[in-house]
Each structure stands twice: as C-alpha cells, then as structure tokens.
Design a protein around this ligand. Structure first.
Ligand code: HXC
Length: 518
C-alpha cells in the first residue's frame, strides 16, 4: 500500500488522534496523586513489548450524549488486551481515570466483557485494574446493565481461570462487587479505596465523620474487612508482586501450576526444625519460621498477611512445585480459630482446590475462640466453612501436627477423619479433646476440691494425662495418624508424601453443588 495514499493517511491520522486524546493536565493530575495511567500500568504488568491492545478505537455510546458531557474519546476509558507475563498468556483490562474518570459506560463494559469471555475461552488468567468513578452517570441504566454483564461473567469464570483485581483508585458503590467476586484483590496504599457507600452518605445517614482512607482504604481492607488480600506502598511494587504471585498459579483449572526453577540448596533434613517449638506449651513462636524451612528457600508468598493473622495462608514451592500452606499461628491469639481465621482459611483452601494446588496444613491450635462476640456473630456458621472447605477439597492434603491439636479444632484442621491423606505429628504434639489443664479440672473437680494439696495433685494428674492421653504416640499406635516424625525430617517426609499423592484422583458423586454454610 502506498504510504502516502488516502487510506493509509487516514490510518496514520487516526493513530495520531488516539495519542493526542490523552489530556496532559489530567495525566499530570494522575501522576501528582502517585498514580500511573492505564497504559503505564499495563506496560509494567506485561513482559516488555508483548501487550496487544484490543478495541482501542471503539467510541463511547451516544446514549448519554443528549445529556452532554460525553467525551468522544477512542477506547471509552478502558484499555483491554492480552500479552505475556513470564511467557504465559494473560488477559487484562485497565480503566483509564483520565478519560471521564474511568467511568463505566456500556461500550466500556462491553470491552471488559469481551476480554473476560476471551480469557475464559482461552483458559488464561484475567487481571482487572480498577480506577473508576463507577457507573457512568450520563448513561443511566445502560451502565448499570454493563456492570451486571461483568459480574455475571466473573461468576461464570470462577473456578475455571484465576481472576485477579487490582484497585488503583476509587471503586465505589455496587462497582466494588466486581473485585469482590474475583479470586484475589490487590490494593495500593493511600491511592485506592473501596466502599459501598462513601463518607458523604455515611455522614448523612449515620451522622458519622470518617475519611475515605479509614472507611475503605487499603489498610482497612487488608486488616479489618479482609476484602484486600495483598497491599503495597506504590503501584510499581503492587504490579511487581502481582507478577510474582501469578507464577504460583496455573492458567486454568485443567492445568497444574507451572514448575519453577528452584534453589536446590534447601536441605531436605534440617535440624533447626527441632528447636523452633518451645518446650513450654504456653510459649509462642512464629510458624512462618517453620514454613520457610520446609518450602524451597525464599519461595513462601504469604497471602492476606494482615487479616486474621492467627492463621497463616500462602503459597510455597517444593522442588519447584506450588503448594498451598495453611498454618495456625501461635504468635497471634495463640493460633486460636475465630470467625475471620476460619473464613480466611476456607477461602484459601477452596482456591487451592479448584486450581490443583496441594495443601499442607501445619497445626498448633488450642481450639475455637470462646465468648459472646464470636458466638453471636456466628462462629458456628463460619467455623463450619473451614470444615466444609477441607472435606470438599480433592487435591492432595497433608497435615503436620506441631503441637496443640485440641477438640473440634483438631478435627477441622484437615484431620484424617476429614479426609487428610497423610497426617504426621511431631513428638511435641498434644492431641486430645482439650488441653491437659482443662481436662483435669473437669474430670477431677470433686477430688481436687477435697484434696489436701490440690496444686500438687493437679500437677500429677496433668502429667498422667499427657502420658496416657494427650501425646502423639498414642494417636500413632492407635492408627489415627500415620507417623510421629522427627521435625528435622519434615521436608523430606512432605516431599515424598506429595510425590505419593501426585496422581490422586477422587470420584465425586454427581450433584449440582454442595450447600456450603455461607
Ligand atoms: C461520569 C464521572 C464519574 C461518573 C467521575 N467522572 N465519576 N463521569 N460518571 N461516575 C468524571 C468527572 O465528572 C470528571 O470529569 C472526571 O471524571 C474526573 O473526576 P473528578 O471528580 O474531577 O476526580 P476526583 O476529584 O479525583 O474525584 C473522583 C471521584 C468523583 C471521587 C470518583 O469523581 C466522584 O465522586 N464521582 C462519582 C462517583 C459515583 O457516585 N459513582 C457512581 C457510583 S454507583 P471532568 O470532565 O470534570 O474532568 C455505581 C453503581 C454501580 O457505580 C452499580 C453496579 C451494580
């Protein structure tokens, strides 16, 4: 084609118009807030030069034009397309706040829906970068309908492809449900917020003053609501972490996670593991010190770190293969199970299960958190989610009881009877209906009340209870666990157990779906 010919000239002119539509003042404003533009974010996210934009020249619906204030921009305020991350196909959209505040009109919505449908068809992850004033006010019901299409697509793709939301600006009103429906939510601190109703409405309706940051900033959602799984200080670090995070996941539910190159200097037998759990059962320790000695060196990626830290969840690798880890954290609330830790654990387990990620459970749990607050807020219903999630999971499941494994909490944490494939215990394990002190106080209440020296008597009874009931050797000898192992051998045992389970296949009877307590 003649480069000076009429048609090619039109092509170049349109390309020029596309570039010129980006208003320098708005970009400056975006940068001044510490935010990048949609194209800058996309460039950071994908392997250099691999992103292909789709529908860049589509123009907004004229539905709202009669009302005015519709910018006849190309692309309608959202960048959509596909590219490679670590050499693997990923689809993405990034809302462009510099065009009509990234607001979602019907054309914008259709672009997102098209990318969602392509990602599903191709079996590739989808990442949505959200930075939007929400439903485009001028378009009325058309934009609400657009949200409905997007939400429905997310739900239809759930459990088939990983769906990740990144919040890098406002996400308000019903628009928050898009990210909430996806598997993971990343947020950038101080520049992003999510709420169903903003501070103005809160002030009007409840007469309460609260800032956007306190109501729905990244810290709030990472620590309090659990809506945000991962938060980072700036956009660049958010995207770097997201790229790393993706490396643990398969592209879809029919694939296994990719096998990464790993540091083979991680010792399979490590005596340091013998010294982490203190002799005194009331002393705390950080279970992450144990995790980091079991998985490949530097491979642990903690998820939802700030929410319900009494349970630790995250991905790690064993000889390059992804596993999911669920561990009670004795350092926080003695590792007790409460509402938040139960739902955090359950959701993590379900993600691992749908994406073929084997689960390693490290158990040191004194029980469920007692009290009115927990009971009235539904610890029964929420704790049941954890039971349901474990029992339903068909991926390989291994448990190591490190120390306390009491009562219902013992059963919940992937016990043999709940379908755990291999259940090991360290010699420090205490497996029983309850802790020795509580058990003796109930069983010998009258005798202790009548005793001349109740303190000495209790001490003796506690010792006997430990010897006769609450130790792992009894559980081992009666066949309730597979083996009491030397802590130093843990990585080796886990590696060979997961190898033994690598072809695990479970036939689930046909049903529409179970009725998980919600
Ligand atoms: C159309 C919008 C818009 C919207 C922002 N803009 N939000 N245009 N529809 N929803 C436009 C502004 O008019 C402005 O245009 C430009 O985007 C930048 O916005 P500013 O207000 O200048 O930016 P800033 O000061 O940073 O404030 C950002 C903001 C504010 C807090 C998001 O714009 C805002 O409150 N917007 C409305 C938010 C909202 O109520 N959305 C509906 C939520 S309900 P100009 O031309 O001046 O540059 C919802 C329902 C979803 O989304 C339902 C799903 C089921």
């Amino acid at each position: 084609m003649d480069i000076n010919g009429k048609y090619f000239k039109s092509y170049l002119e349109r390309e020029d118009a596309f570039k010129k539509q980006y208003n320098a003042d708005r970009i400056k404003k975006q940068h001044a807030k510490g935010k990048l533009t949609a194209h800058e974010r996309i460039a950071l996210l994908f392997d250099s030069g691999t992103f292909e934009e789709i529908d860049a020249y589509v123009t907004p619906s004229d539905q709202g034009v009669e009302f005015g204030k519709i910018e006849m921009s190309y692309g309608d305020g959202v960048v959509t397309g596909h590219g490679m991350i670590d050499g693997r196909l990923v689809f993405a959209y990034a809302q462009d706040f510099t065009i009509m505040g990234g607001s979602l009109g019907i054309v914008h919505a259709r672009k997102i829906a098209k990318i969602q449908e392509m990602a599903l068809k191709m079996g590739a992850p989808i990442i949505g970068i959200n930075d939007s004033g929400g439903a485009r006010i001028q378009e009325g019901i058309a934009s609400l309908n657009g949200y409905g299409i997007i939400f429905n697509n997310i739900i239809q793709s759930s459990g088939i492809i990983p769906q990740i939301s990144v919040i890098m600006g406002p996400a308000a009103g019903g628009a928050v449900y898009g990210p909430a429906l996806t598997d993971w939510v990343f947020m950038t601190s101080h520049t992003s917020y999510m709420f169903v109703t903003g501070p103005n409405v809160v002030r009007e309706v409840l007469n309460e003053d609260i800032s956007s940051e306190d109501l729905g900033g990244a810290e709030t959602h990472a620590r309090k609501s659990g809506v945000a799984n991962m938060i980072y200080d700036d956009e660049e670090n958010t995207i770097i972490a997201l790229r790393k995070f993706l490396s643990y996941l398969p592209s879809n539910n029919l694939e296994n996670p990719p096998v990464a190159a790993y540091d083979n200097s991680t010792p399979d037998v490590n005596e340091k593991l013998r010294d982490i759990v203190p002799d005194d059962p009331n002393k705390a320790y950080d279970v992450r010190d144990i995790i980091s000695l079991i998985v490949d060196r530097n491979s642990f990626f903690e998820t939802s770190e700030l929410f319900a830290p009494n349970i630790v969840t995250g991905f790690g690798r064993l000889e390059g293969k992804t596993i999911g880890i669920v561990a009670n954290q004795p350092k926080v609330l003695a590792g007790v199970l409460d509402i938040d830790s139960s739902t955090k654990g359950a959701r993590f387990i379900r993600f691992c299960d749908v994406f073929n990620i084997p689960i390693l459970t490290l158990e040191d749990v004194p029980g469920f958190l007692p009290g009115k607050d927990q009971e009235h807020s539904g610890i029964i219903r929420h704790g049941a989610k954890l039971l349901f999630a474990y029992s339903e999971a068909t991926v390989p499941r291994i448990t190591i009881i490190l120390r306390k494994a009491y009562g219902g909490a013992y059963i919940v944490m992937n016990s043999r009877s709940m379908g755990g494939d291999f259940n090991f215990a360290w010699p420090s394990a205490e497996i029983a209906v309850m802790g020795p002190d509580g058990a003796v106080a109930i069983l010998y209440r009258r005798e202790l009340a009548d005793a001349k020296d109740p303190v000495a008597m209790k001490k003796e009874l506690v010792k006997r209870y430990r010897e006769k009931v609450a130790n792992p050797f009894i559980a081992d000898e009666k066949g309730y666990i597979d083996e009491v192992i030397d802590p130093a051998m843990t990585r080796r045992k886990v590696l060979s157990a997961f190898t033994a389970l690598s072809n695990k296949s479970v036939k689930v009877p046909s049903r529409k779906h179970g009725n998980m307590p919600l």
